[in-house]
Design a protein around this ligand. Sequence first.
Ligand SMILES: CC(C)(COP(=O)(O)OP(=O)(O)OC[C@H]1O[C@@H](n2cnc3c(N)ncnc32)[C@H](O)[C@@H]1OP(=O)(O)O)[C@@H](O)C(=O)NCCC(=O)NCCS
Length: 162
Amino acid sequence: MKETWIRRLRPEDLDVVAALNTEAFGGPDEAAITRRLHADEDTLLSLVANRHDALVAHIEFFRILIDGQPSGVGLGPMCVKPEVQGRGIGEALVRMGLLIMAGRGESLVFVLGDPDFYGKTGFSAEAAAPFRAPWSGPSFMANAINPGAPASGELTYPAAFG
Ligand SMILES: CC(C)(COP(=O)(O)OP(=O)(O)OC[C@H]1O[C@@H](n2cnc3c(N)ncnc32)[C@H](O)[C@@H]1OP(=O)(O)O)[C@@H](O)C(=O)NCCC(=O)NCCS
């Protein structure tokens, strides 16, 4: 078996994934968002990375409404266990998630995060700039993964984001 592999999150993983988020972010906020996304059935895709029989990374994708239509996707929270950061696990999770979302016909993914990290997988602040959201600036990015994405609009996030 490979040392590190990616699979879908199972309901019984949630406590471990919440603890992983709290450890990686140094606080409980992202764990709470993850739990709420699942409780509200607002997630589109949840992946985890397994390494030596332990979960070491997690990523969420959820629905964002654009002008009231279910035409956007949000990425986050995502995290990698501190002792295995910097080995490509985070980038692999993003790439696999984007591949699955593109395969489902989704066209536009938004994220709020580090431009140096998300810029490697096609996200840019320029692509997000025409959209109105609760946030803006260089950390607010978008990635067009299929043709036909809306060019602008107002974003509505799930209740988990407050
Ligand atoms: C951010 C995070 C998910 C990245 O995961 P990772 O497995 O460590 O990242 P990778 O090893 O796949 O890195 C891929 C590339 O991004 C770079 N990178 C990773 N984390 C970065 C960061 N925080 N800032 C800038 N660049 C970063 C790496 O140097 C690497 O670049 P390279 O290919 O030129 O070497 C992880 O560090 C983490 O969980 N951090 C704490 C929680 C967090 O900030 N989550 C994201 C919130 S949006």
